[in-house]
Design a protein around this ligand. Structure first.
Ligand SMILES: Cc1cc2nc3c(=O)[nH]c(=O)nc-3n(C[C@H](O)[C@H](O)[C@H](O)COP(=O)(O)OP(=O)(O)OC[C@H]3O[C@@H](n4cnc5c(N)ncnc54)[C@H](O)[C@@H]3O)c2cc1C
Length: 433
């Protein structure tokens, strides 16, 4: 396989196989004032396609070790910059997919069904994805203490194992000054992931000395998929809960990678009412805009220092709309040379993200829009052994294939063109096998 997948292609979209390789990419990006969202892109099912329980458990433990090394490497890099009084030292992120840290990812689907049972939601969930924030009984379930028909002892054990691994990663991130982004996955996994996020936020997005501090940076972020109808209400409920309980909240905002998957699943389930996903791209765009506006308003409010936000998108309109919102809400001003100058706390509480190797023009334009200082733009940088990373990239491109066709008037926006190229290239190389 190593001979078939050329290194040049691998290098264009990933940070390589090891910490020595990705640290070089991190440093090169920092020369352009861009930070990273490091992501170990191998998943248990890639590492251990035999699906034996023991092998999958070993793969999940291995992922934990490799992700923790990544967290340490990012923390060390940032610390060196700070020690050298380098003004480009700033935030750094590591993204984690919960399904890659559990031997059987479908436990997350069964946990979602158990949550339905607890709440009396429709059993074919996600019907309307839940918008209310989590309750104490949800927490009990995730801690493996619930007695429910939809979940077995073995599943509860796996959930407890996942929670332990996530806690381990968040603890390591806390110690190294790194932020953890929990990626959003299929809607059928998501309610269980939301509860897991809340448990972790309650523990790590606090001042560890036990004070309810209003200025603590969130260590752990959840991801909001604006392609889901629930997103605006869900964001509001999540923020309200965090404020009531006194922890800070971090949110990564995306449009969502699984639109086609969710719609066909919904059709197969013959679900009651509309699919959990918006019926059109325009509605998803409107939802993204509304969520962005709400979050910037929150950042500008008296509660602004309890929030951290990362807007992850290749859509230029979305990125530049956020810049306008920052100015509108007096979180940034324009300098005489037309640069955006965020007020100091905002530099640490807002960020933009694009995938490494894609939308390069947007990333550089965006980072050049800001005055000198710590990065505001972060590149999602996957790393893994060559043979594990390419299936991940292929899946990523396949997930997006429904939007590779462009708009109805035939115009193909540049970001979509880039993805189309990636998809075609991956498919061509994959079919060579
Ligand atoms: C740094 C980074 C991190 C990411 N992390 C995640 C993650 O954790 N989870 C995740 O799911 N995705 C994630 N994504 C992918 C993201 O959700 C989008 O799929 C991708 O970025 C394309 O959306 P866009 O805003 O960049 O571009 P655009 O081209 O403006 O939007 C494309 C998106 O619009 C939506 N859309 C298209 N057609 C329709 C339709 N008919 N009906 C409803 N909606 C439609 C879909 O969400 C589609 O992906 C991430 C992306 C980046 C850049």
């Amino acid at each position: 396989m190593r001979h078939i997948y050329p290194r040049t292609f691998f290098a264009q979209f990933t940070g390589g196989e090891s910490s020595q390789e990705y640290t070089k990419v991190i440093d090169a990006l920092r020369q352009h004032t861009q930070g990273v969202i490091l992501n170990y892109s191998a998943e248990a099912s890639d590492i251990s396609p035999s699906h034996s329980q023991d092998a999958m458990l070993a793969a999940a433990e291995d992922s934990l070790r490799i992700i923790s090394e990544g967290v340490q490497a990012c923390g060390t890099y940032e610390k060196q910059l700070r020690d050298n009084h380098d003004k480009r030292a700033g935030q750094t992120f590591v993204a984690v997919k919960p399904s890659g840290l559990i031997p059987d990812p479908y436990v997350l689907e069964r946990a979602t069904l158990a949550l339905n049972e607890l709440h009396g939601w429709n059993n074919t969930l996600p019907a309307q994805m839940p918008v209310e924030s989590v309750s104490d009984s949800d927490m009990q379930l995730m801690l493996g203490k619930a007695k429910l028909s939809n979940i077995s002892k073995e599943d509860l054990k796996q959930l407890a194992g996942l929670y332990d691994r996530m806690r381990n990663i968040c603890g390591c991130a806390y110690d190294n000054g790194v932020k953890i982004l929990i990626d959003a996955e299929y809607a059928k996994f998501q309610p269980a992931i939301d509860v897991m996020f809340t448990l972790l936020a309650e523990e790590f997005n606090y001042d560890r000395k036990g004070n309810v501090s209003q200025t603590v940076q969130p260590v752990v972020y959840n991801t909001i998929q604006c392609s889901l109808r629930r997103s605006e209400d869900f964001v509001k409920a999540s923020i309200k809960r965090a404020q009531e309980k006194g922890y800070t909240i971090g949110l990564k905002v995306v449009r969502g990678a699984y639109v086609d998957h969710e719609n066909s699943r919904w059709a197969k389930l013959k679900g009651v009412g509309p699919s959990p996903v918006w019926g059109s791209k325009e509605e998803t765009d409107r939802c993204f805009d509304n969520v962005a506006e709400h979050l910037v308003e929150e950042l500008a409010s008296a509660n602004g220092n309890t929030l951290g936000v990362l807007f992850a998108s290749h859509n230029c309109n979305s990125a530049f709309k956020v810049l306008d919102l920052l100015e509108k809400h007096k979180l940034a001003s324009r300098t005489s040379d037309n640069k955006v100058d965020p007020i100091p706390p905002i530099r640490e509480r807002i960020a933009f993200g694009q995938l490494y190797g894609m939308a390069d023009k947007l990333s550089s334009e965006l980072s050049r829009s800001f005055t000198d200082g710590p990065p505001m733009v972060f590149r999602y940088l996957p790393f893994a052994k060559l043979e594990y990373a390419l299936p991940y990239l292929l899946r990523r491109a396949t997930e997006n294939k429904g939007v590779l066709m462009g708009s109805a008037d035939g115009e193909i926006p540049p970001a979509i063109l880039e993805r189309k190229k990636l998809f075609n290239e991956l498919r061509r190389r994959f079919l060579l096998l």
